[in-house]
Design a protein around this ligand. Structure first.
Ligand code: LMR
Length: 389
């Protein structure tokens, strides 16, 4: 049976982790998979997370199952972080990470009879993988031009105006992966209006809240959209915002026209999850709930996000400054958000950077800004600049 299987290629992003680890060069630079790193090149456990784990260690008195939808206290606190003061008919399900949330959302769209989902390209490659696996046809449009670093808003609006009523639309809430491109408030407003006018269903991927402009600002566009449309899905990841990558922390929220409809969506999400992984992991969710439920821990977490954002902004400025002589559009990197920017490199150039300079990134030319230490920016700039001469 297994002999008949075609071996599948490793996920290119995840494969980079192993390639980087086996490179013996001491000055190698990992700009691959999207995890935050500090100036020492380390992905630390946040201090607020450690403190919450201490609380859990002392107070948690069972490891019995959580409810099929997860812990409602966690879901309520997380939703408040996402939606702020807005009042919505909403129901959530705790999931294994943001990917788990996206997969449940895709399965729900499929069983709801949605015909296709629109993706602005480039996007996180696993969006394609998840929607394909769920059997949800993908329609795509151009969202970003990497040579000019321009967000293609007109093409985005044209695509949304072409979509059929009932189609789903994937949106990145903030810190666009892989481009870092940011929609301004007016553009979010226009997107919200066209979604509402044309009866499109947004699936909003919120994986980096707090790593762009700030905890509140990063959710502002999303809030504008869910206030405008009758139905929406919001997939939340705790991986980056709380540094809980391996704990697989996330949730999917269904916003409906009424609480009864949102609850109906939840019952379907729970049933889809039951037939897949049954029940969500809880440790990461318990940490997030503990942090969000305690004013001191929440402040500490917010301060840590400030530190991360400041470091990312500093690297972005240095990179934009350094690259501008050899590539004028690099100036845009300073104004982009989150972990990623997308460089206009060919696959051969990406390979050349890896082989000659020990600089690792996926073939798309996406770089993880947090992979650079301040002391490495000059070397990286020199290597990029040399490619363009
Ligand atoms: C990334 O894009 O690098 C991250 O979201 C990690 C992943 O799972 O791909």
């Amino acid at each position: 049976m297994f002999a008949a299987l075609t071996p599948q290629p490793a996920d290119p992003l995840l494969a980079l982790i192993g390639l980087f680890q086996s490179d013996p060069r001491p000055n190698k630079i990992d700009l691959g998979v999207g995890v935050y790193r500090d100036e020492a090149g380390h992905t630390p456990v946040l201090r607020a997370v450690k403190a919450a784990e201490r609380v859990l260690w002392e107070t948690q008195d069972t490891k019995s199952y959580v409810a099929p939808e997860g812990d409602r206290v966690f879901l309520d606190r997380l939703w408040q972080l996402v939606a702020g003061e807005g009042r919505f008919a909403v129901a959530g399900v705790q999931t294994p990470g943001g990917s788990g949330a996206l997969r449940l959302a895709a399965d729900l769209l499929k069983v709801s009879g949605v015909q296709r989902i629109w993706l602005g390209l480039p996007t996180w490659p696993n969006h394609n993988g998840i929607f394909n696996a769920a059997g949800l046809p993908i329609e795509s449009y151009r969202l970003f031009d990497r040579d000019t670093q321009a967000l293609l808003f007109d093409e985005t609006m044209a695509a949304l105006n072409r979509a059929d009523a009932g189609d789903a639309v994937l949106l990145h809430a903030c810190c666009h992966n892989p481009t870092g491109a940011r929609l301004n408030a007016a553009q979010w407003g226009e997107i919200a209006d066209v979604l509402a006018r044309r009866g499109l269903v947004p699936l909003i991927d919120l994986a980096y809240q707090g790593l762009g402009e700030g905890i509140e600002a990063d959710a502002a566009g999303l809030r504008r959209v869910i206030a405008a449309v009758p139905e929406a899905l919001v997939a939340v990841s705790g991986s980056k915002s709380f540094g809980l990558y391996r704990e697989r922390t996330g949730a999917i929220f269904a916003v409906g026209r009424s609480q009864a409809e949102a609850d109906a969506a939840r019952s379907n999400l729970v049933s889809l999850a039951r037939a897949s992984y049954s029940m969500p992991p809880d440790h990461g969710a318990a940490i997030v709930s503990t942090i969000l439920g305690d004013a001191t821990l929440k402040q500490q977490w917010s301060d840590e996000l400030d530190e991360m954002r400041a470091r990312l902004a500093g690297i972005r400025r240095a990179l934009a400054e350094g690259l501008r002589d050899s590539w004028q559009p690099a100036a845009a990197i300073a104004g982009q958000d989150g972990l990623f920017s997308l460089l206009p490199l060919t696959e051969a150039q990406v390979l050349d950077l890896r082989e000659r300079h020990g600089i690792y990134m996926p073939a798309s030319g996406r770089i993880n800004i947090a992979g650079l230490k301040t002391s490495q920016v000059a070397d990286a700039v020199a290597a990029f600049a040399a490619l363009r001469r």
